[in-house]
Ligand binder design. Sequence first.
Ligand code: HEM
Length: 508
Amino acid sequence: MNVSALSLTRLPGSISGFLQLASLLGLLLFLFKAAQLYLRRQWLLKAFQQFPSAPSHWLFGHKIQKDQELQQILSWVEKFPSAFPRWLWGSKAHMVIYDPDYMKVILGRSDPKASGTYRFLAPWIGYGLLLINEQTWFQHRRMLTPAFHYDILKPYVGIVADSVRVMLDKWEKLIDKDSSVEVFQHISMMTLDSIMKCAFSYQGNVQLDRHSQSYIKAIGDLNNLFFDRVRNAFHQNDTIYGLSSDGRLFHRACQLAHEHTDQVIKERKAQLQNERELEKIRRKRRLDFLDILLFAKMENGSSLSDEDLRAEVDTFMFEGHDTTASAISWIFYALAAHPEHQKKCREEVQSLLGDGASITWDHMDQMPYTTMCIKEALRIYPPVPVVVRELKTPVTFPDGRSLPKGIIVTLSFYGLHHNSKAWPNPEVYDPFRFAPDSSRHSHSFLPFSGGARNCIGKQFAMNELKVAVALTLLRFELLPDPTRIPFPIPRLVLKSKNGIHLRLRKLH
Ligand code: HEM
C-alpha cells in the first residue's frame, strides 16, 4: 500500500477523534458556563432575600409586555416599599430603588456607573463625563465646570431665545386650523440648534439643515437600540451583537452621529486658525465648552487625548439636546392638558415680558408660577427616567436592609416621582407642590439627579426650559390632541411611543 492510500484510510479516524474532542470541550465549556450562571443566580437570590418582588421565571426573569415597562414599574412601586429586585433573566437582576431615603444613601456615596450597562453606550458617546469614573471623572468635571459659570450662561439666554423663535416661526407656517403637530422632532431640532450655538460656537442654521435631521434620527435609533440591547441576553456579547441586524444598525447610527460631531470640531478648529478669532478668545475671562477642550489640548503637557475630546463632544452634544427636548415636549403637553395653569403662566409671562422681544438672564428668576409648572411637569415626566450604579462596597439603608458589594442599583426617578409615599396623589398635576412655602424630602425630586454626579448642565437646562415656555406661550395656545394622547416609554430619555402631538392655536 502506498503512502497516500494509508493517510486516506486514517483520515476519517482522525476527524472523528477531533470531533469527539471538540464536543467534549464544548460540553465542558457549557457545563462550566451553566455552573457559573447558576452560582451567580444563587448569589443574587441570597443578596435580595430581604427584598420581596413579584414572582419571576427562573430563566426569563420578569416578563413585561412591550412598552408597558413604566406601568409595570408603577404597580410594583405601590406594592413593594422602597425597592424591589427586577430580574432581566436567570442570572441578571438589579435592585430598583424609588424611596427618597434610599436615594439619599446611594447618591451620597461614590459608587461608579454600572459598567455592564453603560459600556453599551461607549461606541457612541465614548468615555466622556457621563461614563468615566474616579480620578479621570474628577479632572474632567473640574475642567468643564467653568463652561457652566453664570458669566457664560448669561448671554446664552438670548441665543436660546433666537433658536426658539426660529421654531415658532416654522410652526406659524405649518399649522392649519385643526390639525396637530408632532412637537418632539421640532423641539429636538431647536434644542440641538441651541446647544450647538452656545457650547460649540456653531454659526450655521441647524434647524433648516438636513444633516442635523439625520443626526436627530440617529440619536432616536441609538436610544431604542440601547434600550433593547440591555434587555436581550443574547446581545450582551460584543461579537454576537456586532453580527446581528441591531448591531449593524447601531454601528451605522454611531457613524452618523460621529460624522456630525467631527464636522463641528473641524469647523471650530478652522475658525481658531484665524488670528483675530483666536485673539478674541484669548481676551475672554471664561471660555465656552468646546473652546475649553480645544485650548486644553493645545496646552503643553495636556493629558486630553483626541479620543477624550471627541468623547466629551459626543456626550455633550447628546446630553445637551435630547434631555431638554424631552423636558420641553412633556412640559408643553402638561400645559396643554391643564389649560387653567397654562393661562396663569401666560399672564405671568405677558406682564413680565410684553411681547417677549427682549428676554434676558434677569427675567429667569422672575417667573415663579411658570417655574412651578415646569417643575411639576419634570416630576411627572422626568426626562432621565433612571440612572444605574454598581455598589463598590456593601450598603445598609435606613430601614436596616442591606445589599452586598457588586449589586447593580437602578435609581428610578420615574418611580420616585410617582411614589405615593413621597407625593400624595402622584398622578395629579399640581404645580402648588412646588409653591415657595411647601416642604418636601430633600431627595424626593431629582430630575437632575443629586450628589457629586448630578447634572452639570442643570442651570443651562432650566433657563432653556423657561425661555422655551415663555416665548411659546406668548405666541400660541397649546391644546391636546384627544385622538393621540402621548404614551410615555423609558429610553435614555423619556419619550412617547406615539410622539407628542399638540394642536397649536396662534394668539392674536
Ligand atoms: C432637562 C434637561 C436635563 C436633565 C433632566 C438632565 C438630567 C441629568 C441626570 C439625571 C444626570 C445624572 C446621570 C447619571 O447619574 O448617570 C445628568 C448628568 C449629566 N448631564 Fe444632564 N440633564 C439635562 C440637561 C443637560 C444639559 C443641557 C447638559 C449639557 C449642556 C447636560 C449634561 C450632563 C452631563 C455631562 C452629565 C454627566 C455629569 C457627571 O457625571 O459629572 N445635561 N443629567
